[in-house]
Design a binder for this molecule. Structure first.
Ligand code: ADP
Ligand code: MG
Length: 229
C-alpha cells in the first residue's frame, strides 16, 4: 500500500491572548492510498486543526508531515498552492460556495484559478460531475436557491473537479439533517471510489461513520484509538 501522508509527532499550539492552546499534542499517523477513514472526536478535540494541516493550509508547531513522501515544510508557497490545487479536494461543514456564482461556475472555480481554459472536454467533465452529484437540472442555480444537501453536492463536485489524490471532508454533514447527511456521505464515498481518491472525514457523529473502514478516535489533540471495521 502506498503511503500518502505520514505524520511524525505533529503538534499544534494556538495562542489566544498569550495563553497557549494546545490543539494537537503529538500525532503519529499514516494515511494510505484509497483509504476511507474518519477522525472522530468531540468538538474541540483537534479534528479541524488536523485536517487543515493535512490540507497544507496550516503548518504544525513541531513535528513533520510528509505528503507523497515530500516533507511539506520544505516546499515553498507556489509548490504548496500547486499541491492544494491539483492533489487535494476540500469539503467543508459550511459548504463554502461562492454565492455570486452558479452551480456550474462553482464547480469550475478550481480550474479557473489555475487558468485552465474551458474547452469542450472540460465543460463536459463539469457537466458530468454535476450530473453525478444529482444536480443536472440545477446547474444554473445560485447557492441561495439550493437546499443544504444540494449545496453540499455542489461542493462535492467542486472537490472532485481536479481528480484529487485525497479528499478532506471536515464535518460535511454537520449542517444537514441526518437523512440528507447519510446520503451525502454515501455520495462522497461512491464518488471517491470512482475517482480513486483517498478520503479523510472528520466528524463527531459516530452513527454516520458506520461505513468508513477506519475510525481514528481523537481526544484533546491525541489519537486515543484506531478501530477498523
Ligand atoms: P474540532 O474541529 O475537533 O472541534 P479544532 O481543531 O477546531 O477542534 O480545535 C482544537 C482546539 O484548538 C480547541 O481548543 C480550539 O478552541 C482551539 N483552536 C482552534 N482554532 C484556533 C484558533 N485559530 N485560535 C485559537 N485557538 C484555536
Ligand atoms: Mg472542527
Amino acid at each position: 500500500m502506498k503511503t500518502i501522508y505520514s505524520l511524525k509527532n505533529v503538534t499544534k499550539d494556538y495562542y489566544l491572548n498569550k495563553i497557549v492552546v494546545p490543539a494537537l499534542r503529538g500525532i503519529d499517523f499514516e494515511i494510505f492510498e484509497k483509504e476511507c477513514l474518519a477522525f472522530v472526536g468531540p468538538s474541540g478535540s483537534g479534528k479541524s486543526t488536523l485536517l487543515h494541516i493535512l490540507g497544507t493550509v496550516d503548518s504544525p508547531t513541531s513535528g513533520k508531515i510528509y505528503f507523497n513522501n515530500n516533507d511539506v515544510s520544505s516546499l515553498n508557497d507556489t509548490q504548496l498552492s500547486d499541491i492544494r490545487a491539483t492533489k487535494i479536494g476540500f469539503i467543508f461543514q459550511n459548504f463554502n460556495l461562492v454565492p455570486v456564482l452558479n452551480v456550474f461556475e462553482n464547480v469550475e472555480y478550481p480550474l479557473r484559478i489555475r487558468n485552465i481554459s474551458l474547452t469542450k472536454d472540460i465543460k463536459n467533465k463539469i457537466f458530468k460531475l454535476i450530473e453525478d452529484v444529482g444536480l443536472k437540472d440545477f446547474y444554473k442555480r445560485k447557492p441561495n436557491e439550493l437546499s443544504g444537501g444540494q449545496r453540499q453536492r455542489v461542493a462535492i463536485a467542486r472537490a472532485l473537479v481536479n481528480d484529487p489524490v485525497v479528499i478532506l471532508a471536515d464535518e460535511p454533514t454537520a449542517n444537514l439533517d441526518s437523512k440528507t447527511g447519510d446520503m451525502i456521505l454515501a455520495l462522497i464515498k461512491e464518488l471517491s471510489i470512482k475517482h480513486n481518491s483517498t478520503i479523510v472525514f472528520s466528524t463527531h457523529d459516530q452513527k454516520i461513520m458506520n461505513f468508513v473502514e477506519k475510525k481514528v478516535l481523537i481526544f484533546d489533540g491525541k489519537i486515543t484509538d484506531i478501530q477498523k471495521t
